[in-house]
Every structure is written in C-alpha cells, then in structure tokens.
Ligand binder design. Structure first.
Ligand code: HEC
Length: 586
C-alpha cells in the first residue's frame, strides 16, 4: 500500500539559487542543466536505439525537467530523481505519473545509494534489479561526476517555494500604472470573483470533483491574493515588486494587466523564480521566449508584426515600399518598431508615419504607393476614421490590427475596405463565441458585466488553468514544477475541459453550475444571452476555452498561442471574411 503522508511545510536547504551552490553542486548543475563536464567538455551518453547523445541532448533536464520531478512525455513515464526521491530523507516524493490524470502515482519503496545510483546511470539498472526503460540513456560517468550529480540533485525541489503554507497559497496580481480606471476596475472585479469562488469551494468542500488523492494530500489550499499596483516610472517597478515580495512572499503572479511596458515585471519574475502566469497584456517583452518563469497567451503585437512581415515577404510581386501609419497607443508603437526591425534586413523600403505628420505630407506619402505596395495601419478606430475621412484611398494592400481597430470597423469607406486585410490574434467571432460560451454563462450567472471580453476571458482562463496545474502538483509546491507541469499538461487539461464542457452543455444547457449562489441585490446589467448566439454544431468543433484558438506550451515555449489570422474584407458581407481566414504561424 502506498503511504501518503499529509503535506506539511517542507523545510530543508533554502530554495536553491545558482549563486548559493557549493562548487560540487555547481558542477552537478552544469551536468544536469547543460550537459557540461567539469573540465569544460560535453557530456555524452548512449540513448535509445544506440544513438549517441551529447551536451544538451544528454543533459538530465531534457527528460527529468527543471524541477527534477519528471513527468509524462507521450507514453513514457519519466521518474522523479530529486535527492529525496532517489536517496530518501524527509517526506516521500509523490508525483502523478499518469497521462490520463487518473492519479497513478510514483511510489518509491527502496532508495538508491552511491553504488546503485552508479548502476542506474552506467548500466541502466533500476534499484530493484530490473532494466530501466531504454529511453533512460547510459552514461560513462566518473565517480566524481556522480558525486557532483548527487550533490546537485539533493538541492532540487527540496524545500517548497516561498508563499506556500500548510493552508494557504499566497499569490499576487500586478497592474501597471497606465491602465485606465474602468479596465482596472472590471479586471479586479472578475479576478476577485474567481478567487473568492476558489476559496469558497476549498473551504466548504463545495467542489465535488476533488479527486480522493488530492483530498488526502491536502493539496487544495486557500488563495490569498494581493494586488500589486505599480506606481511611477517603470525604472522603479523592480524595487516596488521586490519590496512587496520580501514583505510577504508569493508563490506566483496570477494574471495581471498592462497597457504598456511589462519588461520589469518579467525581469522580477525571472530573478525571483516567481511564475508570472498568463497576464492580459498586448506588449510582450522582446526576450520572453528565452525566459523560464513567464507564460503568455501570445506574443502580443509582435506576432501581428511577424505575420504581416511574413505576408509581405511571400507576396508576388514583392512590394517596393511599405508605409506604416503608427497611432498614438503604446501597443501601436510597439508593433511599429517590431515591423521595422523585421523588414530592415530585407531590403524593402519602410517608412513610418505618426500623427505628428501634417495631413498634406501624409497624403503625399500615400499617393506614392504603387499597386503592389503595402500600407500598414497600426491605428485604433478613431484614428482610422480620421485617416479615411481626410485622405483618399491609396493604391496597394492595407493591413489592420484587430487589437487596435477591433473587428467591426465603423464608418468604413468602401474603397478603403476593398483592399484591406485584418490581422487577428484571437479566435474568429463565431468560434470564439463557442469557446467562450461557458465563460459567458459564468459571467451572467454571477451577474458580472461584460465590458472587455478579451481581457475578462483572459483572467478567467488564467485563474482556471492555474488552478488545474496547481492541483497536478499534489504537494510538490515548487515553482519550477509548476512551470514543468504547465509545459507538459496545460494543453491536455484544456482539451479535457473542452470535452467536459461540450458534454455537459449538450446534455441540457447549463451543465455543472457553480453551487453557491451569492445573495446579491445587484440587478443584471449588461447581460449577454450566450446560449442563443452559440451554434451547437460549433461547440463540438471547439479546441479551446479561451479567446485564443488553442493554448499549448511545449518545453521551453512561452507563448500559448503561436500565430494570428489574416482575414480579407468581403464587400458582399460588408465585413471581414471568417470562412476563408488563414491562421498563420510565421
Ligand atoms: C532521454 C531522456 C532521459 C535523460 C536525458 C535522462 N533520463 Fe533518467 N530516466 C529516464 C526515464 C524514461 C526513466 C524511467 C525509466 C524507467 O522507469 O524504467 C529514467 C530514470 C532514471 C533514474 C531511475 C529513477 C528511479 O526511480 O528508479 C535515475 C536515477 C535517472 N534516470 C537519472 C538520470 C540522470 C542523473 C540523468 C542525467 C545525467 C538522466 N537520468 C537523464 C529518461 C532520461
């Protein structure tokens, strides 16, 4: 019988930072993370099918993950190899090792010592004497290398990350100062409602579906949510974040809202190993894909610039000139810079205009465009209206961003529209209504107004996905493991959720309803009747429950959704085409 001990705060070595490691542990770290030997040479190994693996391919992190707690990859189970898991001492390490989420658990009954550990690595022999799965490579490691590995493994996922106690998980959300008050308000309202519901369910046990093992391991915790509202210039944000985190450490930054710079927040998360979980932002820092602890819905405005650059470079004949008209919003400016950088190296003339320019010079510039040239409008609806009413239609193709201009452009002059393509990161309207049907139901059930569908559904997905992934940690509350599990299982969980929602909606509309109805005197305000607007046939074709086509994080991926749609304007429907829209992953 599997022994399950109740979780209790795990203490041990403090949460290991590279700078705090001993020389031996640091050698082990280089082997584990980079496949580098102490003498500077690369680690080599014999992998499955007698393939030779070197360096990164041979590094343990490749399979056992950053946390050392392993996971499930396809049909292969990769066992945890942290010091406690292999060599014992302290609470047993128990992880889920089942891709179906039916709670198959790892179970160590015997522990390794130096000799048996050496046999596992050199000969592929399990402690029981059986052969290990041939996926586990064979390593001709020396005794001192084994020592270094042992030392490093003992630091891995040893103590819980800050912000977790026996009863609570402490979280924060971040709001940057330029966010407009109405958006800030509805963001907090939506977030607080979700957190309250989580807490009501945890405390009263209302959530029926807590699997027995999670209940036994006492893994559902009350969430304590701080609101970190940044003030002043972005150069002071890191200091503010560090101060809050020092005063009252958090396990993760959950969701978040910004209409401008997010770089300092990402930097803080990396330096403090605090996961930054799916904030609702359009300007994603440039180096986001190289970081570890930040997960984003998409690459933001930069993916739009990439898709436009991709369309431009593929078009025949190639345009000689690109004019981009960059509006005043920060996200417009971000996109403008990105597009310029992408095309700079490509030998295509690109000219950027801003609202500082006089109407005359704009008209002149637009007149200079030829039929094969391109105008990119990083403009919101008002700016677009002003442009189209004062300037005559240029030749060439026109691109618009739905983030800035929306999907239904008012006062759209017909001749401009004819040549226009819309770039859109979110799912197309009909399918999006299906994706978000449960979200909309949730909103109206709790009498929350629908003010900003994209942002509010971002918050909804962020909180729900965080909750799924935290529950898969069992009682291994390590931020590295949270990220490992997001990479391994978030898309699977989303697919399961889609299935579940479709089933319950097909079987009678509402399906699983929130069970506690708050008494509220508030009368329904902006209620949306979602059921009537959702095509039941589309429900079964969904792959997503967010505003994005599908969210998945492979190992090392930091953008859940990887592309954007290109939609052509169709005069017949006086709107952008939905049926032939192309999803482009540049
Ligand atoms: C290509 C993937 C891969 C790499 C790289 C890899 N492992 Fe493994 N490892 C596995 C798999 C899969 C298992 C589970 C084997 C089984 O269950 O039979 C495993 C099992 C183990 C075990 C036995 C665990 C137990 O509970 O019995 C140890 C110890 C181990 N690995 C150590 C390492 C170390 C140390 C490194 C780096 C030097 C490493 N592995 C690199 C895939 C890998």
């Amino acid at each position: 019988m599997l022994q399950v001990t109740l979780a209790s705060a795990e203490t041990g070595n403090s949460y290991s930072n590279p700078a705090d490691l001993s020389p031996l542990e640091a050698q082990g770290r280089a082997l584990y993370l980079e496949g580098k030997l102490p003498n500077g040479e690369t680690l080599t190994a014999i992998g499955a099918g007698n393939t030779r693996l070197t360096g990164i391919q041979a590094s343990c992190v490749n399979c056992h993950r950053r946390s050392g707690l392993g996971g499930v990859e396809g049909n292969e189970v990769i066992l945890p190899i942290t010091g406690r898991a292999l060599f014992g001492g302290g609470n047993p390490v128990i992880v889920q090792i089942d891709k179906q989420f039916n709670q198959r658990l790892s179970n160590q009954s015997e522990f390794y010592n130096d000799q048996s550990f050496a046999k596992a690595l050199r000969l592929g022999q399990h402690i029981s004497g059986r052969s290990l799965n041939p996926l586990m490579p064979l390593y001709a490691v020396s005794d001192s290398q084994l020592q270094a590995l042992t030392a490093y493994l003992s630091t891995l996922s040893n103590a819980w990350s800050p912000g977790v106690t026996d009863n609570d998980i402490h979280l924060a959300t971040v709001i940057t100062p330029e966010v407009k008050p109405e958006r800030r308000q509805i963001f907090l309202k939506t977030l607080n409602e979700l957190v309250d519901q989580h807490n009501v369910n945890v405390v009263s046990g209302l959530r029926q579906r807590i699997p027995p093992i999670e209940r036994k391991m006492h893994n559902r915790r009350h969430w304590k949510m701080d609101i970190w509202e940044l003030k002043g210039s972005s150069s002071t944000w890191n200091e503010q974040l560090e101060k809050w985190h020092q005063q009252s450490p958090v396990f993760a930054i959950l969701s978040g809202l910004s209409e401008g710079d997010w770089q300092p927040v990402q930097q803080f998360c990396e330096a403090s190993k605090v996961p930054c979980w799916l904030p609702s932002i359009d300007i994603v820092p440039n180096d986001a894909n190289k970081e570890t602890y930040s997960l984003y819905f998409s690459e933001g405005m930069q993916i739009e610039a990439k898709v436009i650059a991709n369309q431009i470079l593929l078009s025949k004949p190639q345009p000689k000139k690109i004019v981009q008209w960059v509006g005043h919003e920060a996200s417009a400016q971000n996109a403008g810079v990105a597009l310029r950088q992408l095309l700079n190296s490509k030998d295509i003339e690109i000219q950027s205009l801003s609202s500082e320019e006089s109407t005359v010079s704009i008209s002149e510039t637009l007149k200079s465009l030829e039929a094969e040239d391109v105008l990119v409008c990083w403009l919101n609806t008002d700016e677009l209206k002003a442009l189209t009413s004062t300037t005559s239609t240029p030749l060439g193709r026109i691109y618009l961003s739905s983030t800035l201009a929306g999907e239904n452009i008012p006062n759209w002059t017909k001749d401009w529209a004819q040549q226009t393509w819309l770039i859109q990161r979110t799912e197309l309207p009909k399918m999006r209504a299906a994706n978000l049907s449960r979200f909309n139901e949730w909103l109206s059930h709790w009498q929350l107004p629908l003010i900003d569908e994209k942002m509010q559904s971002d918050v909804y997905f962020s909180v729900n996905s965080f909750s799924w992934v935290v529950s898969s940690l069992l009682n291994n509350f390590h931020t590295d493991y949270l990220i490992d599990q997001a990479e391994a299982s978030l898309s699977m969980r989303e697919a399961m959720q889609v299935q579940e929602e479709v089933q319950s909606m097909m079987m009678g509309g509402g399906g699983r309803r929130p069970q506690a109805i708050k008494s509220t005197s508030q009368t329904p305000s902006t209620q949306v009747d979602t059921n009537s607007s959702v095509d039941i046939g589309l429900l079964s074709k969904r792959e997503s429950i967010s505003a994005y086509p599908r969210i998945s994080f492979g190992v090392g991926q930091r953008f859940g959704s990887k592309g954007a749609y290109v939609r052509q304007f169709l005069p017949q429907i006086n709107n952008f085409d939905e049926t032939k829209a192309q999803w482009i992953i540049p």
